[in-house]
Design a protein around this ligand. Structure first.
Ligand code: NAD
Ligand code: UPG
Length: 437
């Protein structure tokens, strides 16, 4: 078992650190956010991620998992150091490498071993691992040897722990035989397929995978828009397409576009990366454009159905960018709220988990409620933005009983059109025929 340091205790760093300790490694996680580290030291997870808190507590108790704000302490025994800090987007869409550079220089200053393996888990443009090596060396003692590894992360929020133990593959890109053997030892207890390649290919696999998944989503959303005009049902079209194993049934759920901390920024970063080598990635630019429109889809529908939104009470069901997370980054709810407010609407929102994080962003510009039923009371229209279980399972009769006018704009196709037709509601969804009272 190895001594491992993880820099950054966000979604990726924390989940990776906890899961590596669970399979027996000795892990120290370091972060500059003191409050986060103190929370973690008490065994509390700063993020909502199913199964994570239990595993954190368990491994802290077993003495295999530690949290600190001290680089010195984290790197003292480390044979492998994982970089898992954020790579947010610059105003032009390219990846901001400030945090990666800062931690690389810190690694260099604190190195004590002759051979250290540095693993980049953050999503970074092709060429970054070579820069990481240079940044470290610029600060390191002359006799140290740095072995860099690109090891992109594919976990999804909301199922991050499960994805780590049951992922489809682990990608390892390195030109160091020393690092290659060590990474095999780190990851073999997971029993997952390991794909080994060069550094540049590993870096690109991450962007290419996210861009491809985003393309699938924008593609099915365009088909959904066509379905609405042609009278077809996108659910059936997707099901029929997905039965072809060459296409596959996953990531063909039409909705209000992709949000979250990865697809929006990574698609833009890949367009920029292509531009840097004089390549116009037209296809991906269209994917991004389609998504931009799709995220505003419920607003456009509300305008068509209600006419003016001035003074209208709109219930927003779900705020997080997807269920099972409290992450609000690039959530469609934020875009819709802005558009609705510009049009003069009053908003009351409900989310079972993300309300606290949403409140930190939105403050008292909207009202908050504690349940679906409370949220839709006296509303002129309800918008279903996130398909949480309790939202999906709300009987349509509740809308009839509680709303001023039972207009439902369902951005996640939570009800069948047959079900909706059985109630006196006006039901509009994505890529399917509407039913009106
Ligand atoms: N969130 C995901 O689902 C996901 C999945 C795959 C890949 N990624 C990629 O992984 C990277 C991390 O994403 P995230 O969502 O975990 O980010 P995050 O914002 O949740 O966490 C990043 C953490 O790094 C810490 N940090 C910043 N500078 C630091 C420094 N100098 N020293 C120590 N800690 C520092 C921050 O305090 C924060 O806790 C990004 O490149 C992202 O694109 C994210
Ligand atoms: O058929 C689908 C599937 C997803 N989405 C939307 O797409 C977004 C992203 O969903 P998902 O991929 O489940 O969540 P993330 O946690 O953002 O995970 C993605 O981004 C991560 C960060 O790079 C990668 O590690 C994961 O492999 C990749 O799935 C969300 O807004 C979803 O609502 C759809 O609209 N239709």
């Amino acid at each position: 078992m190895k001594n491992i340091a993880i820099i950054g205790t966000g979604y990726v760093g924390l989940v990776t650190g906890v899961c590596l300790s669970e399979i027996g490694h000795h892990v120290t996680c370091v972060d500059i956010d003191q409050a986060k580290i103190e929370t973690l030291q008490q065994g509390i997870s700063p993020i909502y991620e199913p199964g994570l808190e239990e595993l954190t507590k368990d491994n802290v108790q077993r003495g295999r998992l530690h949290f600190t704000t001290s680089y010195h302490q984290a790197f003292a025994e480390a044979e492998v150091i994982f970089i898992a800090v954020g790579t947010p987007q610059n105003p032009d869409g390219s990846a901001n490498l400030t945090y990666v550079q800062q931690v690389s220089e810190q690694i260099g200053r604190h190195l004590t071993r002759r051979d250290t393996v540095i693993v980049t888990k953050s999503t970074v443009p092709v060429g970054t691992n070579r820069k990481v090596r240079d940044w470290i060396i610029s600060q390191a003692p002359v006799d140290t040897r740095i072995h860099t590894v690109s090891n992109p992360e594919f976990l999804r929020e909301g199922s991050a722990v499960q994805d780590t133990f049951q992922g489809d593959r682990i990608v390892i890109g390195t030109d160091s035989p020393f690092a290659s053997i060590l990474m095999e030892e780190v990851y073999s207890p997971f029993g997952l397929p390991i794909f080994s390649t060069d550094i540049e290919s590993a870096e690109l696999i991450k962007y290419a995978s996210n861009a491809f998944l985003a393309t699938k989503i924008s593609f099915i959303n365009e088909i959904a828009n066509l379905c609405e005009k042609l009278g077809a049902n996108v659910e059936d079209v997707a099901a029929g397409m997905g039965m072809d194993t060459r296409i596959g049934s996953q990531f063909l759920r039409a909705g209000i576009g992709y949000g979250g901390s990865c697809f929006p920024k990574d698609t833009k970063a890949l367009v920029q990366l292509a531009g840097d080598v004089q390549h116009n990635f037209d296809l991906l630019e269209s994917v991004i454009r389609v998504n931009h429109e799709q995220q505003r889809k419920l607003f456009t529908k509300a305008m068509e159905v209600l006419g003016s939104l001035q003074g209208k009470r709109i219930a927003m069901l779900g705020l997080a960018f997807k269920p099972n997370t409290d992450d609000m980054r690039e959530a469609a709810s934020l875009i819709l709220i802005e558009e609705l407010q510009k049009a003069g609407a009053d908003i009351i929102a409900y989310d079972p988990i993300a309300m606290k994080k949403a409140q930190a962003i939105l403050g008292d510009t909207i009202e908050y409620s504690q349940s679906v039923t409370e949220c839709i009371q006296n509303a002129d229209a309800a918008m279903i933005v996130t398909e949480w279980e309790d939202i999906k399972n709300t009987p349509l009769s509740t809308y009839v009983e509680q709303m001023k006018t039972p207009v439902i704009l369902d951005g996640r196709n939570c009800y069948t059109i047959e079900e909706a037709a059985g109630y006196p509601v006006s039901y509009y969804s994505i890529g399917r025929p509407s039913s009106t009272t």
